[in-house]
Design a protein. Structure first.
Ligand code: PGA
Ligand code: ZN
Length: 419
């Protein structure tokens, strides 16, 4: 099953970022049947310094030109049942480690579309194409209820994301429902402490009141206990500090709180939040070069998910560096950060070599595509971080519910076995 034709166009993410969508046509030589698959690249706002280049110099139009000139002539004719060959070709035609010539957006959209084509050619779901016949573990959904930082234009709390995750759900529908219910009910509690709040949501569909980080966590704790009690599910709390966005080279600047914290104070602050709110998930508590502080925190809390996003940028070499230092217990996997599914898969393998759990994640500017749900199941990820509200978020969550149906009694939901 060879790629017959390729196409690229400009489309938009849910936030309105211009991104690229790649379309592939594949023809079955025996039956003459034609398959068309397509995929788009998501876009980040609090990007890690070490991510691949999103577009080449010159922006989206340069990306389109690079696709036509460098990618299209080389991928036509490749066999999509070995989609990783397409990924390898992308690396070859670009020739730079950060995809500076074709851009990461072109690379990941092509990589996703090729994997979709491979699955379609074999007549199997994408998750099975990625993970094989025995892939049947569904991830626990992790989603943000209250948001601050860059995703809220600096108007909300200083910490970027306040998250919830069901820890022992009986099935995937109940898991998603728990998060949805916490999100809905949180509004009432927010209005009690911020009466000027008009129900604004940020890029990822999280509420953006003007409250402190501690107040946000207090609200989540109360609502999670209430919803968890009703559903008979334990709901854990988490944060994505996105600390690189707070770091000014010397200190972490909490603008809305009016506080600055040095590295040592930051460690104490985060440890206190973990203790006070029994946080099960902490992402990027330190800036993207501070492997050492990550290691110190992880040493104290090996039973929680201490996760690197900007720290690792889905880069196998950085994950290995962190693994050697025991810098984290979890690794964010954003395939677009590294440019191809092949490399993202290598990131997952490397994380596991060092006992770190993969957390497959969306971007703040995401698309209506459901690809990420299949990647999470295909990779056997313990957790999927994909928000709670908004069409580009529910696209992935609803697909997980469908996959739960598809797998039926063979579906496995991870429990909180890491604590
Ligand atoms: P993004 O960041 O805005 O770059 O997608 C999300 C995150 O920090 O997890
Ligand atoms: Zn993050």
């Amino acid at each position: 099953m060879q790629i017959e034709d390729v196409w690229i166009r400009k489309v938009f993410t849910g936030r309105g970022d211009v991104t690229v969508e790649v379309e592939l046509t594949v023809e079955d030589p025996s039956s003459g049947e034609v398959l068309v698959t397509r995929a788009a690249a998501p876009a980040g706002a609090s990007r890690g310094m070490h991510e691949v280049a999103y577009f080449p110099e010159g922006g989206v139009d340069a990306a389109l030109a690079a696709f036509e000139k460098l990618v299209a002539p080389e991928v036509v004719g490749l066999d999509v049942t070995e989609a990783y060959v397409v990924d390898g070709k992308l690396e070859e035609v670009d020739g730079t480690p950060r995809f500076e010539r074709i851009g990461g957006a072109v690379a990941i959209a092509t990589s996703f579309a090729a994997a979709e084509a491979g699955a379609a050619a074999l007549g199997i779901p994408l998750f099975a194409f990625i993970g094989g016949a025995y892939a049947r573990k569904l991830p626990l959904p992790l989603g943000n209820v209250i948001g601050g930082g860059k995703h809220s234009r600096g108007l909300g709390p200083d910490i970027q994301e306040f998250l919830v995750m069901p820890l022992n759900p009986p099935d995937i529908f109940t898991a998603v429902y728990a998060n949805v219910e916490v999100h809905k009910r949180a509004l009432k509690q927010i209005l009690k402490v911020d009466s000027s709040f008009t129900g604004g949501k940020n890029d990822e569909g999280a509420w953006t009141p003007r409250i402190s980080s501690r107040t946000a966590l207090k609200i989540l704790k109360e609502v999670a206990a209430e919803v968890g009690g009703e559903l008979g599910v334990e709901i854990g709390l988490g944060v994505d500090v996105a600390a690189s966005s707070l770091w000014n080279g010397e200190k972490y600047v909490y603008k809305n709180e009016g506080v600055e914290r040095g590295p040592r104070e930051q460690l104490e602050f985060v440890a206190k939040l973990i203790e006070e709110f029994d946080l099960v998930y902490v992402e990027d508590p330190f800036h993207e070069e501070d492997f050492q502080s990550f290691a110190e925190l992880t040493d104290k809390y090996r039973d929680r998910l201490i996760v690197g996003d900007d720290l690792f940028v889905t880069n196998p070499a950085r994950i290995r560096e962190g693994g050697k230092l025991k810098a984290a217990t979890g690794v964010i996997v954003k395939p677009d950060q590294i440019g191809t599914l092949l490399r993202a898969y290598q990131a997952v393998i490397t994380a596991r070599e060092y006992g770190m759990r993969p957390v497959v994640s969306h971007r703040s500017g995401d698309t209506e595509y459901k690809t990420l749900a299949h990647i999470a199941v295909g990779f056997g990820a313990d957790v999927i971080k994909t928000g709670i509200m908004g069409g580009e978020r529910t696209a992935k969550l609803n697909e997980l519910i469908r996959l739960g149906d598809y797998l039926g009694k063979w579906a496995v939901l991870p429990q909180r076995h890491w604590r």
